[in-house]
Design a protein around this ligand. Structure first.
Ligand SMILES: [Zn+2]
Length: 445
């Protein structure tokens, strides 16, 4: 029963009409497998059997860089194999490996037009062990002037393109400057460097040297695909993150394991269930990509790496699934879609669910910026209709990021219903009949 006040997004039909429409939709869904059989594959018992494994204490909270997350990845691989998925790009494994670099500054020195720079006024984001640069090194000289949005500008130079920069930061940002060193702590290996200098000068000549200790750590997404029958080069992605926070301090009950049953073993479970369902159905015209991401909790690194493997124009839609284990603020049989108004994807999903009794709502917590806070963001920034589906009550989710986020707090029946609804709602997109409109990337921050 919906208790939310706003049902204006959702078409209303009389009960008889609704039944007829739903019956027709069910017939249309039919391929090798009657759609009614969705209950045989996606049901509360099947959901629980997967959710239980991922959120068990022996997974120890699936923290990135630990053997625990490797065990979770092994399990996901066996599920992908059983579902009959192929690997991405002919790889011999479902694991999609990559490295993150950690750089520790050992020594640094520099001068601008012959004037030595004081300690603490140089920070580099770089994966180089030895850095020695002058005005002849091909770095573009740019400025962060007083009054500019400091961290936003700095982030832009670090992440957004392929050049190396010398960034001259106005001394009015002195007390924030040290924060930049945190940004170099964890990064993708890169041939480009960004060097920040705290100064009011605009030097003609400069010289900066740095020694760093570099360590690389391995991570892996787990990715499987079902090639499309006729539109192989058009992708529809189903995703969730399988990492969580690991083991921390014990709470009042002595529990130190952050199980992450809802965050995001529930989304990972959904991806595995959908892989199983579509693996049986074998009706997809577009290629389906099932992705479980690592390192979301420490900065969405897994999805950032994943999104670089695609030409964004070839990705027709992304269903990212994050925290669907509890009831939404409207109760059972409903979920919300982040960034709802940015594309017409939500409308397409609703159309495919007319009469089903399930409702997708626009994100009711816009002030929380959830559209930017999950693994859909990397592809959305490139214009892909990439949304996160969730039920999390962000203003009152009791166990969010606590040791209490355990399977006993989740509703398996509702979860099964949500996963079924995601499957059915994606039907016309998978079949190539509907293509959601694109996100306006110029409106993304
Ligand atoms: Zn989280």
């Amino acid at each position: 029963m919906f208790t939310g006040p706003d049902v204006s997004y959702h078409a209303k039909a009389c009960p008889v009409m609704r039944k007829i429409i739903f019956a027709v939709l069910l017939l249309l869904t039919c391929c090798h497998l009657p759609a009614q059989d969705i209950d045989k594959i996606i049901n509360p018992a099947a959901v629980e059997s997967i959710e239980k494994v991922l959120s068990a204490d022996n997974m120890r909270g699936r923290a990135s860089f630990t053997p625990d997350i490797e065990r979770a990845a092994d399990f996901i691989e066996t599920q992908f194999k059983a579902a009959g998925l192929q690997t991405w790009n002919g790889s011999n494994s479902y694991r999609q490996p990559f490295s993150l670099i950690r750089a520790k500054t050992l020594s640094v020195n520099g001068s601008l037009d012959g004037n030595l720079l004081p300690a603490g006024s140089i920070v580099a984001v770089s994966s180089e062990q030895h850095l020695a640069i002058t005005e002849k090194s091909g770095y573009e000289k740019v400025f962060i002037k007083g009054g500019a949005p400091f961290m936003q500008e700095a982030f832009k130079y670090i992440t957004q393109d392929r050049k190396s920069y010398l960034v001259l930061v106005d001394t009015s940002f002195g007390k924030y400057f040290a924060r930049l060193s945190g940004m170099g702590g964890q990064q993708f290996k890169s041939g480009r460097s960004v060097v920040f200098v705290l100064t009011t000068a605009n030097p003609e000549h400069y010289s900066i040297g740095m020694e760093q200790e570099i360590t690389a750590s391995k991570l892996a997404n787990v990715v499987g695909i079902l090639p499309g029958k006729t539109k192989k080069n058009e992708y529809v992605i189903f995703s969730g993150h399988y990492d969580h926070l690991g083991v921390g301090r014990p709470d009042a009950k002595g529990d130190s394991i952050f199980n992450g049953a809802n965050d995001d073993a529930s989304g990972t479970t959904a991806v595995l269930m959908l892989a199983k369902y579509f693996g049986k159905l074998r009706g997809n015209e577009r290629t389906l990509v099932f992705a479980t991401f690592t390192a979301e909790e420490i900065g969405e690194y897994g999805s950032q790496y994943f999104s670089r493997q695609f030409d964004p124009a070839a990705v027709m839609a992304m269903f990212n699934i994050e925290m669907i284990g509890t009831e939404s603020k409207w109760g059972v049989n409903s979920a919300f879609i982040t960034g709802y108004e940015r594309t017409d994807m939500g409308k397409i999903l609703e159309k495919n669910l007319v009469g089903s009794g399930f409702t997708f709502y626009p994100d009711p917590y816009p002030e929380q910026q959830l559209f930017y806070r999950s693994d859909n963001a990397s592809l959305a920034r490139q214009g892909v209709p990439a949304h996160t589906i969730s039920t999390s009550k962000m203003d009152s989710e009791k166990y969010y990021h606590t040791q209490g986020d355990e399977i006993g707090t989740l509703d398996m029946k509702n979860m099964a219903r949500i996963i079924q609804s995601i499957a059915l709602s994606s039907r016309t997109i998978i079949a190539g009949g509907d293509t959601p409109s694109r996100v306006d990337a110029t409106q993304m921050r």
